[in-house]
Ligand binder design. Structure first.
Ligand code: PRP
Length: 208
């Protein structure tokens, strides 16, 4: 009998794509999997226990070892720099991190304000550019900040580009591409090697 694996899944928009990928890889997840409000879902047939976390928190559960594996966006991994291994680029939920703002805004010359939910990514990016900025950390609806004068620019995820467009914002700089990754706790990787390798193999086959 194989050992049970705990997998931290990101609630929200990545969840459906991640569940589809697992199904394509041959794992039998119950039909109500995507619609449930439960935060822990046991799939006994597969010896999986899923825990449903906020996307930003997935790597935290994996780092602390309460989940063996997790599916996390590269944006979160860049921001959090958790002590986890990245095993696979799942090539789902593709988007990118970018700098955006109002097209004709007069940028504050001295330390322009940048709103973001990725303060570490934004700080590193502007430091590399040799630009001094003031970072304002928000938890969501980042596009609002330049519209109401809270910030000169934003650093955020662009997926379809619809949110920028509908709010009259334009993309100014491309920072980094983002896809979802399969991450693993370093200790689990050693002691649950057989089960984890099986998942990696099954996912790799359907991705190709
Ligand atoms: C994300 C991101 C952008 C938007 C981009 O926000 O922060 O706001 O999606 O997607 P688009 O290019 O397809 O419009 P999300 O909806 O996850 O919520 P949030 O604003 O609360 O972060």
């Amino acid at each position: 009998m194989t050992e049970q694996l705990t997998i931290a899944m990101p609630k929200g928009r990545i969840f459906r794509e991640a569940a589809n990928l697992l199904r394509r890889a041959g794992y039998r997840l119950p039909p109500e999997f995507e619609d449930s409000r439960k935060l822990i879902i046991e799939v006994e047939d597969e010896q999986f226990r899923f825990i449903l976390a906020k996307p930003m928190d997935v790597a935290t559960y994996v780092e602390h070892g309460v989940a063996d594996l997790g599916i996390a966006g590269k944006d979160v991994l860049l921001e959090e720099e958790r002590d986890v291994y990245e095993l696979l680029d799942l090539k789902i939920s593709s988007c990118y991190l970018a700098v955006a703002g109002l097209p004709d805004a007069k940028i504050n010359e001295v330390a322009p304000k940048v709103a973001t939910k990725y303060p570490n990514v934004a700080t590193a990016y502007f430091r590399e550019q040799g630009e001094q900025v003031e970072i304002i950390t928000l938890n969501g609806s980042i596009e609002l900040a330049p519209l109401v004068g809270l910030a000169d620019r934003i650093v955020d995820i662009v997926s379809t580009g619809r949110t920028l467009k509908e709010n009259g914002l334009v993309e100014m700089e491309h920072i980094a591409p983002v896809t979802s990754r399969l991450i693993v706790n370093p200790v689990s990787y050693r002691i649950k090697d057989a089960g984890i390798s099986g998942i990696v193999r099954a996912l790799t086959e359907v991705m190709d």
